[in-house]
Design a protein around this ligand. Structure first.
Ligand code: DAH
Length: 337
């Protein structure tokens, strides 16, 4: 019996092959269920007691030697195999770095979600817009400076890149009947010099609510809800009278400064407040231009810049960061949704 083990050990030592099939055959012959080692083990009970220990050790040595040899040959065969060009296919891969949403997408999604929760739908319109939807229907007088080449990118005298998402409210009003409750996020274009505070491309969200008996109090409460959801429960808002052609009365909306909590600091220029959007009651002329009877319906509208909200929320001090796609900047928003 012992010599049989010795013989097999020699056989293991002598065996050499780079052919995976041959190696596998050899493994089955030695280590398989009906293999040589199993056969010898079956004889173990016939070995005299005093030899059992030595016999057991020899079998262990044989089994380990066979397994080591097979592993070694398999590895060598895999390395020289022409199909994997010497690559170790069992090696674990390099993990992919996960991307992050762009901060403007994060803020846009958050604005959408805040308004979705109080029943606002999302609507979109074209970025290349005609004069009617961008200006005329919104009550812009012929001589209004926004119609000037210096502010607007014209494609021809009647067609321009939209200068605001207010154009979408015209399209929504033309194509639906009140009640209307919608927000319109999108890209807008203005012929402005690029600086830390301005860009020729930026993003806005327009809001529109039209129904019977909509009042300025409804507008104020909606904006307070938005400000608290976006900037935190302690946030206050302040409305200052303003002018927009498409709303009457109009107001500018400020939120209490996030940095100093309204006490006054450099960021809010010691006023305790920061401007976030324009708003107002939709001018009856606009309702009529869009086919809505202003003697039955009233409504409010508001418009905000997404960059502006993102700058306040994340304390970004230069608008250009949003467009440069520097990974060191973008990576900071990995945990945002
Ligand atoms: N369209 C304005 C702008 O681009 C923003 C705005 C102000 C929108 C007041 C409104 C509004 O709907 O009521 O500056």
């Amino acid at each position: 019996m012992l010599t049989r083990v010795e013989d097999l050990l020699q056989e293991v030592e002598a065996f050499n092959s780079s052919n995976p099939d041959e190696i596998e055959q050899f493994r089955i012959k030695l280590l398989g269920k009906k293999g040589d080692i199993k056969a010898i083990m079956a004889e173990f009970r016939n070995v005299p007691v005093e030899q059992k220990k030595e016999f057991g050790q020899k079998i262990n040595i044989l089994r380990n030697a066979a397994q080591d040899k097979i592993n070694e040959l398999k590895l060598a065969a895999a390395e020289t195999s022409s199909t994997n060009h010497g690559l170790d296919l069992t090696m674990s891969g390099q993990p992919y770095e996960l991307g992050a949403r762009h901060p403007l997408s994060v803020v846009r999604n958050e604005i959408i979600s805040i308004f979705n929760r109080i029943g606002f739908s999302v609507s979109e319109g074209p970025e290349i817009e005609d004069d009617w939807h961008n200006f005329t229907a919104l009550n812009f007088p012929e001589e209004h400076p926004a119609r000037d080449m210096q502010d607007t990118f014209f494609i021809d005298p009647e067609i321009a890149l939209r200068t605001h998402t207010s154009s979408v409210q015209v399209r929504v009003m033309e194509n639906s009947t009140p009640p209307i409750r919608t927000i319109s996020p999108g890209r807008v274009f203005r012929n402005e010099a690029i600086s830390a505070r301005a860009h020729c491309i930026f993003h806005q969200v327009e809001g529109l609510y039209i129904d019977k008996n909509v009042s300025f109090a409804d507008l104020k409460q909606t904006l307070l809800y938005f400000a608290k959801e976006m900037f935190g429960d302690k946030t206050k808002i302040r409305l200052r009278p303003s002018y927009f052609p498409f709303t009457e009365p109009s107001a500018e909306v400020d939120v209490s400064c996030q940095i100093c909590n309204g006490k006054g600091c450099n960021v809010c220029k010691h006023t305790g407040f920061l401007e976030i959007m324009g708003c107002g009651m939709v001018d009856p002329n606009v309702l009529e231009s869009c086919g809505i009877d202003s003697s039955i319906y009233s409504g409010f509208a508001f418009g905000m810049g997404i960059e502006r909200i993102a700058m306040l929320k994340y304390q970004v001090n230069d608008l250009r960061h949003f467009f440069e796609n520097d990974l060191r900047f973008l990576k900071q928003f990995k945990t945002a949704y």
